[in-house]
Design a protein around this ligand. Sequence first.
Ligand code: NDP
Length: 480
Amino acid sequence: AEANVGVVGLAAMGGSLARNLAHHGNKVAVFNRTYARTEKLMNEHGGEGEFYPAKTLEEFVDSLVKPRTAIIMVKAGEPTDAMINALADLMEPGDIIVDAGNAYFPDTIRREKEISARGLHFVGCGVSGGEEGALLGPSMMPGGSEESWKTLKPIFESIAAKAEGEPCVTHIGLNGAGHFVKMVHNGIEYSDMQLIAESYDLMRRGLGMTPAEIGDVFEEWNKTELDSYLIEITAEVLHQVDKKTGKPLVDLIVDHAGMKGTGTWTVQTALSLAVPVTGIAEAVFARGLSSEADLREEAQKQGFAGPDGKLNLNDDEKKAFIEDIRQALYASKIVAYAQGFNEITTAAKEYGWDIDLAAVARIWRGGCIIRAKFLNRISEAFESGEANVSLLFAPYFKNAIENAEKSWRNVVAQAAINGLPTPAFASSLSYFDGLRSKRLPAALIQGQRDYFGAHTYQRVDQPGAFHTLWAEPGREEIEA
Ligand code: NDP
């Protein structure tokens, strides 16, 4: 046995991760169900480091130094379960099985329970950054036991992305904590993308700009607080010209947004935890609506009368409105992050995880899809305790929101008046307004609930639970 780590599953992600490990001095055992894939990896990249290719899973396990560390990167769901069990049958107490695929965190909690009952360590590890990240440095979010982290730390730190010299990996918390945080990362990614898409739409349809002109705007925005990977690639996508037709490529792409489920999980989980993640939810629903092909076609046939989306602004007004959109994007983004972090905080209480939010923000600064400059500010806000209740209350972000507020309102109002959909902008603003309202119409809802269901209500002027005999003459109130 010579290898200090092994990778099972050598498709796009596993192959890249194995190479990354080898590039950083690890001795890497590799196994894939279909041996041809292993052979291909060895033929093309075997010279890049020390690999130990195995034809059978037994051979793979035998080639690992104890405590053995095996990283699974196979298809999510049943194949992952099958592979975990097959490895567990061959491994010994103290060995570590890592699932680096995109698992749903309740599955990770279940698997950890089963595997740890057999004396082995099971670590669900979120990995972000796609294939390129896996090869050149991903952001990594491992859960699992403290003890397993001692073995994994040097290995993961060797391959993770670096942000200002620090590896983008930290032990997130026990059992499913890593996959949970990765899930919320993806939810935030959905909202970031939706907010960018709404900004684009406002400029495209609202201001009549070309994709290339809008690409230039995003390039400029990338020099501001919005500096991030997603803004950067947006500029590139918008500048892309189709070779065949000479048209902007974005105009030739079918406008149905796909999804693989992590955004949906984030929202489903938030619903069951009763945490409003409106920014993320609207992003998921917007993708859903975009893909409702029949419904949208029928709506076209209906030919609803209404504004055509054009704002008809002169050059100076246009310039000012573009800045308003930038501010609206920034404010809405802060709201979505605040909501995402609230979801993590609530889940941590529910599942008994001790999650360092400042560290989470730090490891998202590099390698992952939502990497952004302002994550430095977020980690500072959590570190100082200023964001303990909500990111929105940390002075830096409070100030940013206050600066953006007028622009944000103008964008949402203009969009509504002119018939342009801005679900994420609008819902983020509503969340903010809901939060800052001293009194909410929830009082009326309590009245309605008590009316039809005798659910009782509390009073602002005295303690206790009350029920009104709404249908009785005189509408008497009784103490419940
Ligand atoms: P795929 O999800 O396409 O899975 C292909 C791999 O799974 C192959 O190695 C395949 O082996 C193996 N496999 C499938 N079924 C079985 C089975 N029943 N038993 C054993 N092995 C099986 O690969 P990716 O590299 O795209 O993704 C791997 C994991 O990483 C997934 O969980 C994915 O969700 C996650 N992930 C992917 C990202 C991405 O950008 N692609 C980003 C982050 C995470 P064989 O060659 O024999 O068919």
